[in-house]
Design a protein around this ligand. Structure first.
Ligand code: NAP
Length: 248
């Protein structure tokens, strides 16, 4: 689909990769962008330029009422970007309790599912449109130092593939973005070197515009890791399995 004249909703639009999506969508001529954030005051910097195409929307993706309200307010969306994410960065065993594990599933998996269910009829009504889910290379390989996050992103990939099949009937293009460490507050906890959010976002939006209906490996560093994965999946997993949670 063309980004030009599209109507987009970006979750977690206030910072990191989400905020970069907004900048690049504006540059590519989106006609309206619902910039969704848990706390809309955190959108101040983004909104201060006064671009009238930006529409702030309060949205915690784990809040059922806010998700329903978003789908009724933003009933003209043609591209939904499920970007919001949470990572506790601990091990499955070393974490003090299961709070982060549950939150990762709530935001990364159930949040994505809830938004997509709420917006599927909206996308159908506006001609099919497109759905972009921010996944991770950790959807394919598990990193023990972010063990429960990896599990939530693996669930996200499996879900994305099912959504693609189900939404195919209404002509919705579904993209899952696979990326390695990227320079944001989340990515800062991962080893260097890191990609820029711009690199990730550019490749993801290029794929939307090219009509890709598949997973997209975004950024050069992601492509080199993906090559290692396809050449020897078990070998890459063995290497990742040495990255254990850090003890204090
Ligand atoms: N950075 C990386 O290395 C990397 C690599 C691959 C994939 N990803 C994925 O890319 C996406 C964006 O990550 P990022 O690096 O930009 O992370 P980030 O800088 O930590 O930003 C996370 C965003 O998600 C929002 N968010 C968290 N919980 C939410 C909730 N319950 N409802 C609505 N919004 C919520 C945050 O809002 P608040 O400001 O309110 O907390 C923030 O806007 C995530 O899905 C992440 O898993 C990141």
């Amino acid at each position: 689909m063309n980004i030009s004249n599209s109507v987009v909703l970006v979750t977690g639009a206030n910072r990191g990769i989400g905020r970069t999506f907004v900048a690049e969508l504006l540059r590519r001529g989106a006609s309206k962008i619902y910039v969704a954030a848990r706390d809309t005051t955190s959108l101040g910097e983004l909104l201060k330029g006064g671009d009238r195409r930006l529409v702030p929307l309060p949205l915690d993706v784990t809040d059922v009422d806010q998700v329903a309200a978003a789908a009724s307010v933003a009933a003209d969306v043609t591209l939904l970007i499920n970007n919001a994410g949470y990572a506790g960065f601990d091990g499955a065993i070393s974490a003090p309790d299961m709070e982060d594990a549950r939150r990762e599933m709530e935001v990364n998996y159930f949040g994505t599912l809830a938004l997509t269910r709420a917006f599927a009829p909206v996308l159908a009504k506006t001609g099919g449109g497109a759905l972009l889910n921010m996944l991770s290379m950790l959807s394919l390989v598990s990193l023990p130092m972010a063990g429960t996050y990896s599990a939530s992103k693996a669930a996200g990939l499996s879900l994305t593939r099912s959504l693609r099949a189900e939404l195919g009937a209404q002509g919705t293009q579904v993209i899952g973005v696979l990326a390695v460490q990227t320079e944001t507050s989340m990515g800062a906890k991962l080893p260097e070197p890191r990609m820029t959010p711009h690199e990730v976002v550019t490749d993801a939006l290029d794929a939307i515009e090219a009509g890709t209906n598949d997973e997209v490996v975004a950024g050069a560093q992601s492509r080199s890791i993906y090559e290692a994965f396809t050449a020897d999946p078990k070998g890459l997993q063995s290497k990742m399995s040495t990255r254990l949670p850090q003890r204090a």
